[in-house]
Design a protein around this ligand. Structure first.
Ligand code: NAD
Length: 523
């Protein structure tokens, strides 16, 4: 195996050639593994059901990724029971031992990182570096939460006392069983990261992935098994969100939920929590409608690079994708010309190939959203400056390929400036002042990420102070609004983008999986 030493994150602009050598070999290996049937894993045992569903590649739907179990409410209940049975021993395991096991999981993931990333390309259609980033981030997230435990001495803090014989402590203790419900777009990091945090904190887990990314779900489970997580600590079920997923929400054996996905499902989960007999933590990350502001003082080369990378990276299917641009009238034409030129040069195609930057959207639903949005834009007087079409030439007509699309000329209150589309479409609006741009940027229910391009520090400071977003960037060429990394940029949304105000990969995250117990011990 060649030693590829370059550190890959979402901000990596170009890869070391060794990385492609590794990828070429991994893709060959993975090709031979496609089309298998996979079980669910409950208490470490393989579980199958009467019905299965097919998971097909968005690159070419003739490719069967795998066949997965159509789990229902009953299987979710079994998984909850297994997680409950395993919870007392796992929570009583010394935290240093939990850290050791979870760090072994990080090593296991890193050991298999190329095969995992190659599988993800087939299953999700993201490019090589995006998929490798997703896998590497998973290990980095889990490691960060383990390190936080070490930095905080297992979250046991001696307190003051009112007398010499009194010993007082604050200790954070696990809740019990966490449900981990993850989205398709970062199928490893947004499953392994939250599950890792839940487990290092002493909780056991029932994990349900999005059905489009069941393969990455079962692979995470296999990594947990290889790393030596005790039986029942990490349980894996597949099946529809509305039955298997809904059971996890309804089941009173679940002590906490960590959900990443759409606002619709997330808000329902929050409403449900308000109606329960016993409240429980619900850690919820939802969608975004992320703006980039380009002021008259921007470096337009940097701005156009940052915007196209954030708008179209992973085919616009990032919660942090730059889907709105507010550009100063003074520099508008020059900026738009650069953005259109760079967008038209994007290399689209089969993401298994090393030079391809954009692949397909994940499923037919994404295709339909794209086609509907373009039709609405045209009907309402929008101008398509780039893209606008599904790609129907061979072999792309067998997958879900759509062009990176820039829409101009819509009124700034148009629905396409408000709705999260989750496809490669970005809309442009003109502004005169920075405050006008910030007001427009804030005029949405979402508040996930936002970016500014300006060479004036005062403008940047003003933006940081006024913008309503949990993750903010100034002058970031590698991504105007995207590309956070554990331990470097905590990632979490404000407003309807997130319910907790504490970002993943940041210093306040892992504590959410525990509750404080105040201990008074008189000797
Ligand atoms: P989704 O809401 O459709 O599905 C997310 C998960 O919820 C899936 O596992 C799904 O099966 C499950 N689910 C669906 N209905 C359910 C129900 N009734 N009960 C329980 N579970 C249910 O989202 P998606 O299409 O997979 O992902 C895209 C969305 O995720 C976008 O809105 C995106 O912005 C958001 N997202 C947010 C972040 C963030 O950090 N804020 C990160 C990635 C994605």
């Amino acid at each position: 195996m060649t030693q590829a030493t370059q550190r890959i994150t979402y901000a990596t602009m170009a890869a070391d050639p060794n990385i492609h050598v590794e990828f070429d070999a991994a893709i060959e290996r993975v090709k031979g593994m496609l089309g298998r049937t996979y079980p669910m894993y409950i208490n470490g045992e393989a579980v199958t059901t009467a019905d299965q569903f097919d998971d097909r590649s968005p690159i070419d739907t003739r490719i069967l990724i795998g066949r997965f179990q159509q789990g229902g409410r009953e299987h979710a209940r079994q998984a909850v029971a297994a997680a409950r049975a395993a919870a007392p021993a796992w929570s009583a395991t010394p935290w240093k031992e939990r850290v050791r096991i979870l760090k072994t999981l990080c090593d296991t993931i890193r050991k298999h990182q190329y095969d995992l990333a190659a599988m993800m390309i087939y299953e999700v259609g993201k490019n090589r570096l995006e998929c490798l980033g997703d896998v590497v981030e998973t290990a980095d997230l889990i490691e960060y939460y383990c390190d936080e435990f070490e930095r905080n001495n297992g979250y046991l803090k001696p307190m003051d006392s009112l007398g010499p014989d009194e010993n007082n402590y604050s200790v954070l203790r696990p809740y019990g069983v966490f449900a981990v419900i993850s989205p398709f777009n970062f199928p490893f990091a947004l499953a392994g990261g939250p599950a890792g945090a839940a487990m290092v904190a002493g909780n056991t887990v029932v994990f349900k992935p999005a059905s489009d990314t069941a393969l990455m779900g079962v692979k995470l489970t296999e990594m947990a098994q290889e790393a030596g997580l005790p039986r029942g600590v990490f349980n894996f079920i597949t099946g529809p969100g509305r039955t298997a997923g809904q059971e996890l929400i309804d089941n009173s054996g679940i002590d906490g939920i960590v959900f990443t996905g759409s606002m619709e499902v997330g808000m329902n989960l929050l409403k449900d929590n308000g109606a329960r007999a016993i409240p429980r933590p619900v850690i919820i990350e939802m969608g975004g409608k992320n703006p980039a502001i380009i002021t008259s003082k921007a470096d337009l080369d940097k701005a156009s690079d940052g915007v196209y990378r954030s708008a179209f990276g992973a085919q616009g299917q990032k919660c942090s994708a730059c889907s709105r641009i507010y550009v100063s009238k003074e520099v508008r034409q020059k900026f738009v010309d650069l953005l259109v030129e760079k967008t038209k040069k994007i290399r689209m195609g089969n993401p298994l190939e090393k030079d391809v930057w954009m692949g397909p959207v994940v499923n037919e639903g994404g295709l339909k959203t794209f086609e509907d949005a373009v039709a609405r834009a045209k009907k309402d007087g929008g101008k398509i400056l780039a893209g606008g079409n599904r790609i129907m030439t061979e072999p792309f007509n067998h997958g879900y390929f759509v062009e990176p699309t820039i829409i101009d000329g819509l009124p700034k209150q148009h629905a396409l400036f408000k709705e999260e589309l989750f496809v490669p479409i970005t809309v442009i609006g003109d502004v005169v002042t920075l405050d006008e741009a910030i007001d427009l940027a804030n005029d949405t229910e979402y508040g996930l990420t936002a970016g500014i391009f300006s060479e004036d520090d005062k403008e940047i400071e003003h933006f940081f102070n006024r913008i309503e977003a949990g993750v903010t960037y100034a002058n970031r060429r590698s991504g105007a609004t995207t590309g956070a990394w554990p331990g470097i940029n905590p990632f979490g949304g404000w407003k309807a983008s997130g319910a907790t105000g504490r970002g993943t990969g940041g210093p306040w995250y892992v504590q959410q999986f525990m509750r404080e117990q105040s201990r008074v011990h008189i000797k």
